[in-house]
Design a protein around this ligand. Structure first.
Ligand SMILES: *Cc1c(COP(=O)(O)O)cnc(C)c1O
Length: 479
């Protein structure tokens, strides 16, 4: 147990605490400095798993012991997304600077729901940077949320207010006479489906539009679906375009979707979870043209932006509508023109969370210390690495590319008569090898090895290591 001062939770011996704190900091800096010496991932031993089933009345331990347990039993069995060989799903790598910012935020323990405090000015500074990045007007509002899943839900809710008016907040959807319908591509992230479900429209009200051979939403099919719903008396209200699809990294045709939305008075939402930050890279930003026409953009700083988890964001063109969708009155939320209750509107007026952590600080540090240009270069570099991987696959007769490489995601497989089984096993073997960690996806019934290159630490040698290991393991499985 930590020796504490009187009845508080502060240490009685600050000097000893300081030394221990420095050891903890050193351990994490060592960890990040020497990541490459470790496997990407290793399975957690079963007995270790069971050591985390203690009861609440067990003896507390001192801080040194808890730290040792963390180093020995937790740290080696994390998912490994900080590691340069990690290419599974779409996970960010984090940075040493982000780690330190998290410590500062933890010490400050700011609650960013509202009131007059500098931390909220940091969040407002990031909102301003985001507006600038996406060429949105000063009147646009933005908010940190957990992730894009939450940001997509907020987008649906704000679009609902736009269509039905603020009265929907009291009356609910059941009072509405209109049957509202939404649209996204068949390759869209499942969180769009969940958002329609949670918002009360039901996932059946979401049309999953077919994709073309580039795996972009088929615009003709989208227009047909909108026309059919209108003909049947339904009200199309929301289209979610994807910038960087989770399967292959496809970018929907934003101008065409923006045009349709303008013509039909439909809310234009962009799910740019990882892809939207390609705006930071001068060579990629032109591919996102049309994003500046969106009504709302959902994205994550914790993926391509390399900010430690979690740091999702929503940007909304009509800031007033955004506020009207969530703002509430309550005595404890009373505003003032001076004193601590000044500074309205507050972040809590723009989303469902009242108590909110200081996600803005690690984001501010990341942008402040590395600079937007360098962050853009990192993003660009992951796409160049994807092209390198693509070339290696195309040069190798035993491998087959399964999807176009639009950004930083490469889908391929080892050729085999029993390809789905062999490649599923191959991915598990790769993960267990500790050399590289891709994941899988299904493309037209074919199981693909999917490498999403997101981490700023990944280099050409990590790509080559993955391909070489895939070939060796594939040869072994098929010999
Ligand atoms: C990751 C992702 C999401 C979900 O974002 P979270 O931050 O995990 O909630 C949504 N859409 C796409 C395209 C994604 O890649």
């Amino acid at each position: 147990m930590l020796e504490t001062s009187e009845d508080t939770l502060d240490p009685s011996d600050w000097k000893a605490f300081r030394l221990q704190g420095h050891r903890m900091l050193d351990d994490m800096i060592d960890y990040l400095e020497h990541l490459r010496d470790q496997p990407v991932w290793q399975p957690m031993p079963e007995d270790l798993r069971h050591s985390f089933r203690q009861t609440l009345d067990d003896e507390p331990s001192d801080l040194e012991t808890a730290h040792e347990l963390f180093m020995k039993d937790v740290l080696p069995y994390a998912l490994g997304n900080v590691h340069p060989g990690f290419m599974g799903w779409v996970h960010g790598g984090g940075t040493p600077v982000g780690m330190l910012a998290e410590m500062l935020a933890g010490g400050l323990n700011a609650n960013l729901g509202g009131r007059d405090q500098a931390p909220i000015e940091i969040e407002r500074q990031v909102v301003q940077w985001v507006r600038e990045l996406f060429h949105f007007p000063e009147s646009a509002a933005g908010l940190f949320v957990t992730g894009t899943s939450m940001a997509n839900l907020l987008g649906v809710l704000i679009a609902r207010t736009a269509r039905l008016g603020v009265d929907v907040r009291q009356q609910g959807l059941a009072f509405g006479k209109q049957q509202l319908t939404a649209y996204t591509s068949a390759d869209a992230h499942i969180s769009i489906v969940q958002a329609m479900d949670i918002a009360g429209f039901g996932s059946d009200a979401l049309r999953m539009i077919a994709v073309d051979e580039q795996r972009q939403m088929d615009i003709a099919a989208l227009e047909r679906a909108v026309a059919e719903d209108k003909k049947a008396g339904r009200t199309p209200f929301f289209i979610a375009a994807t910038v960087g699809s989770v399967g292959v990294g496809a970018i929907d045709n934003l101008h065409a979707i923006a045009e349709l939305c303008r013509r039909e008075h439909i809310w234009f939402h962009v799910d740019g979870a990882y892809g939207a930050l390609a705006m930071l890279a001068p060579d990629l930003a032109p591919r996102l043209q049309g994003i500046e026409r969106a009504d709302s953009i959902a994205f994550d700083f914790h993926k391509w932006g390399q900010v430690p988890y979690d740091a999702g964001f929503i940007l909304v063109r009509d800031g007033e509508l955004h506020q009207n969708t969530f703002a509430s009155s309550a005595a404890y939320l009373k505003r003032a023109t001076c004193g601590m209750a000044a500074g309205s509107p507050w972040p809590c007026d723009f989303g469902p969370d009242l108590s909110r952590g200081f996600r803005a600080l690690k984001t501010w540090f990341t942008i402040k210390v590395y600079g937007a240009e360098k962050l853009g270069q990192v993003i660009s570099n992951t796409c160049a690495l994807a092209q390198h991987m693509k070339r290696r696959i195309e040069a190798e007769p035993r491998l087959e590319l399964l999807a176009p490489v639009a950004l930083n995601i490469v889908c391929f497989r080892y050729r085999s008569a029993e390809a789905n089984r062999v490649n599923a096993d191959l991915v598990v073997a790769l993960q267990e090898s500790g050399i590289a960690a891709p994941s899988t996806t299904m493309l037209n019934g074919q199981l693909a090895i999917r490498a999403a290159i997101v981490n700023h630490r990944t280099t050409v040698s990590d790509i080559d290591a993955l391909i070489d290991a895939a070939l060796a393991l594939g040869d072994r499985a098929c010999s």
